[in-house]
Ligand binder design. Sequence first.
Ligand code: CA
Ligand code: CA
Ligand code: CA
Length: 133
Amino acid sequence: MNKTLSILCCVMLLTHFCVFAANSDIQMQEVKSGFQLIDADKNGFITPNEMQAYQEKNFNELDKDRNGVIDRNELTADKSKELNKADQNNDQKITGAESASQFKQYFNQLDANKDGKISEDEYTDYWKLRWKF
Ligand SMILES: [Ca+2]
Ligand SMILES: [Ca+2]
Ligand SMILES: [Ca+2]
């Protein structure tokens, strides 16, 4: 390999590495702001009540026609796609009960040490694993 080529290779590797690092920083910021959104009293922990309040707010925002059910059209506004999995009986509609039970599962998955609340570390570790950054 000649010198120019090897320098070129180094630069390419470095650029690639920097882009990757920047991406994971951005994802980390997104995850942290997600945590702060749910942690309403900003004490560094998400309690089941805070998670429930977040779920209800999220549900009401998506339920544009306020009929208590999120249908397929309303579901497309859910950018996280998390609610897609809430449809237990596959009728393409999400009821309040389905959404609540999905968030309960979500809470249990996040609460790694099972102390009944979610720390910021538990929250970020979960998303790091899922997004692999
Ligand atoms: Ca809190
Ligand atoms: Ca609706
Ligand atoms: Ca915990």
